[in-house]
Design a protein around this ligand. Structure first.
Ligand SMILES: [Zn+2]
Ligand SMILES: [Zn+2]
Length: 208
């Protein structure tokens, strides 16, 4: 009788385990988990080739694939740009060139600030000494509610008083700092674009 009970419980246990694993395998993945279109890992970002295009095609990407895409964009960019550190809150982290921004928002002061600060920036990377074409500005105090102020009044009046002095960086060190901030603060963006073309401009967290 005891032997029979042991065999029976072993059979029941085996069946339960089998059932549990088969079910686990066939359960569909949660519908709200987006997958990276490059490697299939969990995606937290929408990458767009160009923030200035009217019809945008956003590609879902994970952090690793986003960073390798951005390295490519920043390294091939031939002009200079102000890069404001990623911040939690605004849904986008995108590049705008002077030409395109000035046309749409002629009264916005960020354009003027960008020109002034890029003109006098150090041309050596603070982190590695290579040629620098990005000016990094930290973003303490920047939120989903006040990024519009930064665009309107410029960063010299809004961000710089509460952040360290801007530093010059090369493409690699600049994207390294972006990646570090994204990982540290667990930031997700629905749209990210890197600098493109031959015109100076700026990258910052914002919404449309
Ligand atoms: Zn990926
Ligand atoms: Zn560097």
């Amino acid at each position: 009788m005891t032997f029979f009970l042991i065999v029976l419980s072993a059979v029941v246990l085996a069946w339960l385990l089998y059932f549990f694993f088969i079910r686990r395998k066939t359960l569909p993945t949660a519908p709200d988990v987006k997958r990276c279109s490059v490697c299939g890992a969990e995606s937290k970002y929408g990458y767009s080739e160009n923030a200035e295009e009217k019809t945008k095609s956003l590609k879902s990407v994970c952090t690793t694939c986003l960073v390798s895409q951005l390295k490519n964009d920043y390294r091939t960019f031939s002009a200079q740009a102000v890069v404001i550190q990623p911040a939690l809150g605004p849904p986008c982290y995108v590049f705008h060139s002077h030409q395109e921004w000035g046309k749409s928002f002629p009264k916005s002061k960020i354009d003027e600030d960008t020109r002034t600060y890029l003109f006098r920036m150090d041309t050596h990377c603070r982190d590695c000494g290579q040629k620098a074409n990005f000016l990094w500005i930290e973003s303490s105090g920047l939120t989903a509610h006040n990024f519009g102020n930064v665009l309107r009044k410029g960063f010299s009046e809004t961000l710089l008083p509460r952040n360290p002095k801007p530093v010059s960086l090369c493409a690699t060190c600049c994207v390294d700092r972006i990646a570090e901030t994204l990982n540290e603060k667990g930031i997700a963006y629905s749209e990210v674009s890197g600098p493109k073309g031959a015109e100076d401009g700026f990258v910052m967290p914002m919404a449309y």
